[in-house]
Design a binder for this molecule. Structure first.
Ligand SMILES: [Mn+2]
Length: 424
């Protein structure tokens, strides 16, 4: 299914008077409204191929209808999201859940929908059918060299798939760790991981990056070999300039000050990018901004200030991707909400006057500093997002458009009610 231009225009026609009123109001209130709209237009967030089906838990999975049955259908779904919000112009593939058997045709389909391929993700956290050696006790950190070698070769294969699609980064998340004290020698596990990553690093094309993701626990519950940003940063530093640290918001213990981590990684030029999601307790992978939108704003506050300080382009300076998946919402509606939440936080951060904030900091005016941040956070920037979408050819209100156009109903007609997306 593809959306026609006139469908989008008809919907916008109805919503236009109300939007215009709100946009005029905020344009009068916010002095850099025009600049914010332009930056929002340029800002895109990659959609992961595994988020287009209803996610499960370890207890069960309740698939919705009309889920994508193939990589091509997943690309079509991202095309639908992008047609509505004009902010999701790339897809991040997970290998082997989504192997591009025919790269040329997959690439052509994506291009036709205005999409390109973001980072490719390897998977050594589960065993695949016909796999020679098991990852039960880890992959890149494994005590057995031949298991490490198999995992290295898989990562190189993922790079090769990515090259065919025009990706520019490999993202590595390892489940490697231990469940019980004494199970592992921490130094050996780290050294093995480093050596394996060095082999993968050597296979990177010149214009590629490797993003090293960390996570404190789960599926291992005593130690994780890349457990926090320090361990990831250590690996990335030893690997070289093409390696950096990927921050997944759910991969922190409760109440971690993620914005401070982000600030320092940016300072060191080692922030690869983000996997956005939200959580209450652990790696809950909930819709971005659904639990703690203020934290998301504080992260963007550090990002905008830190990226400006390093002269980085906000849209392209680091990687922006959603990594969320759960089991009660329509996956497309969920992703539309996530993209919206990310852009709201970004727009709010763009309202912060960093010169005034710096003055407040230098004068230890704590009250003023808090007030500057919270004034930005409490501004309803949604009309700025809607205006950016409108100018880019998208819809004023994506979720309501998705419903009014009965997109899910059409997808069920095309694909059937009992479909289960491949992957998670
Ligand atoms: Mn992630």
């Amino acid at each position: 299914m593809q959306l026609e231009k006139h469908q989008i225009q008809d919907l916008n026609q109805d919503a236009l008077p109300s939007h215009q009123r709100k946009f005029n109001y905020i344009s009068g209130e916010v002095k850099n409204a025009e600049e914010v709209v332009k930056k929002l237009e340029a800002f895109n967030i990659a959609i992961p191929s595994w988020a287009l089906g209803t996610g499960g838990t370890r207890f069960g999975r309740f698939s919705g209808g009309g889920e994508p049955r193939s990589l091509e259908e997943k690309i079509e779904d991202v095309g639908l999201i992008h047609a509505l919000n004009r902010s999701s112009n790339s897809i991040s593939l997970h290998i082997p859940w989504d192997i591009p058997d025919n790269a040329a045709s997959v690439k052509a389909l994506a291009a036709q929908l205005g999409l390109h391929f973001d980072a490719v993700n390897s998977n050594t956290f589960q065993d695949q059918k016909d796999q020679a050696l098991s990852y039960k006790f880890g992959s890149l950190h494994h005590v057995d060299k031949s298991v490490r070698q198999q995992a290295v070769e898989h990562n190189i294969q993922v790079i090769n798939y990515g090259v065919e699609l025009g990706s520019k980064a490999l993202s590595v998340w390892l489940a490697d760790g231990s469940n019980f004290p004494g199970q592992l020698n921490f130094r050996n596990a780290f050294q093995n991981t480093l050596e394996s990553l060095q082999e993968i690093y050597t296979a990177l094309p010149d214009d590629w990056k490797v993003w090293v993701e960390y996570k404190p626990y789960e599926p291992n519950f005593y130690s994780t070999t890349i457990g926090d940003w320090g361990q990831s940063y250590l690996l990335a530093s030893k690997l070289g300039d093409k390696a950096s640290t990927l921050v997944d918001l759910g991969h922190h213990l409760p109440n971690t000050n993620i914005e401070q981590i982000v600030s320092l990684l940016l300072m060191e030029g080692k922030l690869a990018g983000f996997h956005f999601n939200d959580s209450k307790y652990g790696d809950d992978d909930l819709t971005v901004g659904s639990i703690n939108p203020y934290q998301l704003f504080l992260i963007f506050n550090e990002l905008v200030e830190g990226m400006d300080a390093r002269g980085l382009d906000h849209a392209t300076g680091i990687g922006w991707m959603i990594d969320a998946s759960h089991n009660v919402k329509d996956p497309i509606e969920d992703l539309l909400q996530s993209v919206e939440a990310i852009k709201i936080a970004y727009a709010q951060a763009l309202l912060v006057d960093y010169k005034v904030l710096k003055d407040a900091q230098l004068n230890n005016d704590v009250v003023k500093a808090q007030d500057i941040l919270q004034s930005a956070y409490r501004t309803d920037v949604r009309p700025l997002l809607a205006e950016a979408r409108l100018r880019a050819g998208g819809v004023i209100d994506p979720v309501s458009a998705f419903r009014k156009l009965n997109v899910r109903g059409e997808l069920i007609k095309e694909r059937g009610l009992k479909t289960v997306a491949t992957g998670l």
